[in-house]
Design a protein around this ligand. Structure first.
Ligand code: NAP
Ligand code: MG
Length: 488
């Protein structure tokens, strides 16, 4: 093993001044209606619910709750728009998708602030990751719109029809982009439902879509909770369902669409293994572990939430990891220095706290930094669990929060077996200096994405998706076009 410095001096107690991003430049209405057929319309039943800022429990805006009647109006609008939209040349369709990308870029700062206000994620992440990636996704698929014949040579791809798209709260605008961009590029029309706790950037996207002159009915954005999602899934005139969310709801949707004409793609949960070998560049690996689990408070389907450290390097890695998490800045999502923002909802905070209690009850050893958490809002300290084994519930089940479980291993075969011993198969990470080890692991780990000496890297040109209970179908890249086309 190489000689590593055994002490890290993170504890230099740097003090950061407050660096809050301003909110002067954003516009949020008091109340939002449903975006159907090119207009913002009141929900049939007149019901609105509040969307809350999870960092201070304050109401941000009222948001319409779509009933089955509203879903029906949205699906009908999408059906009416389908004929002309699908007959438009790819070149013309591409122009609209390109325009959406440009407008997101122009309004990136506003989108970033609203994403952090509504969902609790650090502004640094929404500003540098969520919003630029969302714009890039539209740019990328705009480029495919007039090249579908090259994407599927000699196969004459045709759009499927009306796509019902349901997304979660962890990357609200980015997930909307993942869904809408390939659907439009291929000539489909859309009814999209954001999650109940984070509807605002999807509604801002509706404004952008209206502004860019997309023909009415091509994209409809309707807000509401699980029942609204179920109404989309069960609507007889929807041709395709694209769902990102929990495995539990994914299974329900799979049953609900079984035996119907509806095509289905599911992007579900995960419990990603992050594997550190003794020959890895340890300091980089420690940063990688931190990023893998604490990015977006751990509300990441592909988070590296199970750490496997080679036994010979375990003491060093764990010591450095503890030093590093002591320095993480937890607090105001709008502060540019913040590393860990607010937990998205009270419900999710309860889920995480419940898992922490289960871990303690199962006899695992806990480590949390001595940080002061804000008094109001939803907060959870970054958490490490040591002395865990494969049978612990905190090792098997997705926590979807800033909680890392740490195990050790001795051999490659052992770690492959342990990493694959999960119902999920979404992501994994490998840290080693040896290319041959990387190739061996990428071939033997059952995960849709395996990162080597990095983690949580996303690119619109690269397909993303799962195996086993993490779902099926791919989003991103050339592969992401396929769920939106049919062949003669
Ligand atoms: P969720 O409870 O399954 O919700 C996802 C979406 O489905 C929300 O819009 C939700 O609405 C809606 N929904 C709830 N019940 C429904 C039903 N019966 N029929 C149709 N739609 C329904 O998941 P979540 O808690 O929001 O998100 C976290 C999960 O998403 C995690 O498991 C995570 O791993 C997974 N995820 C996966 C990926 C991926 O690409 N594989 C990406 C991100 C997240 P409301 O929220 O309004 O109730
Ligand atoms: Mg909210």
């Amino acid at each position: 093993m190489r000689n590593h410095a055994t002490n890290t001096t993170f504890k230099a107690s740097w003090k950061y001044s407050e660096a809050p991003e301003s909110t002067d430049h954003i516009q949020i209405k008091k109340q939002y209606d449903l975006y159907i057929d090119g207009n913002f319309v009141k929900p049939v039943k007149g019901k609105y619910v509040d969307t809350i800022n999870p960092s201070n429990d304050k109401k941000i805006a009222g948001v319409a709750e779509a009933s089955a009647e509203d879903v029906d109006l949205a699906v009908k609008a999408a059906r009416r728009a389908f004929k002309s939209w699908s007959n438009l040349s790819g070149r013309e369709r591409g122009k609209y998708v390109f325009r959406i990308a440009r407008l997101i870029q122009e309004r990136a700062r506003e989108f970033a602030v609203i994403e952090s206000l509504d969902g609790g994620k650090p502004i640094r992440e929404s500003r540098d990751i969520d919003i630029p990636l969302a714009a890039n996704h539209f740019f990328y698929y705009a480029g495919w719109a007039d090249k579908l014949a090259y994407a599927f040579p000699n196969r004459h791809p045709k759009p499927i029809g009306v796509a019902g798209q349901i997304i979660p709260w962890n990357f609200p605008l980015l997930m909307a982009a993942w869904k809408i961009a390939p659907a439009l590029a291929t000539g489909n029309t859309v009814v999209l439902k954001p999650a109940e706790t984070t509807p605002l950037t999807a509604l801002k996207l509706a404004e952008v879509i209206q502004q860019c002159g997309l023909p009415k009915g091509v994209v409809n954005i309707i807000t509401g909770a699980g029942e609204t999602g179920a109404s989309i899934v069960n609507h007889p005139d929807v041709d395709k369902i694209a769902f990102t969310g929990s495995t539990e709801v994914g299974k329900y949707i799979q049953k609900a669409t079984a035996g119907t004409h509806k095509k289905l793609t599911l992007e579900l949960g995960g419990k990603g293994a992050n594997i550190i070998f003794e020959d890895a560049a340890i300091d980089q690996a420690v940063e990688g572990i931190i990023n893998a689990i604490f990015f977006n408070q751990g509300h990441v389907c592909c988070a590296g939430s199970r750490l496997f450290v080679q036994e010979s390097a375990a003491d060093l890695v764990i010591r450095k990891l503890k030093d590093r998490i002591d320095t993480l800045i937890i607090g105001d999502p709008l502060d540019k220095n913040t590393d860990i923002g607010a937990i998205n909802s009270k419900k999710q905070l309860e889920t995480i706290q419940n898992y922490i209690a289960i871990g303690l009850k199962e006899g695992a050893e806990i480590y949390q930094p001595k940080c002061t958490l804000p008094k109001t809002g939803n907060w959870c300290a970054p958490t490490l669990f040591l002395n865990v084994s494969q049978s612990h519930r905190i090792v098997q089940e997705e926590i979807f929060g800033p909680v890392l479980v740490i195990q050790t291993f001795r051999t490659i075969d052992e770690v492959i077996e342990k990493a694959n011993n999960t119902p999920y198969g979404l992501s994994a990470g490998v840290w080693t200096q040896k290319g041959s080890k990387i190739f061996h692991l990428t071939q033997n780990l059952n995960a849709g994405v395996v990162w080597a000496n990095t983690f949580n890297k996303f690119d619109p040109t690269s397909p993303f998706g799962g195996y086993k209970e993490s779902g099926y179908g791919r989003e991103g890249g050339l592969h992401g076009l396929k769920p939106y086309v049919k062949f003669d």
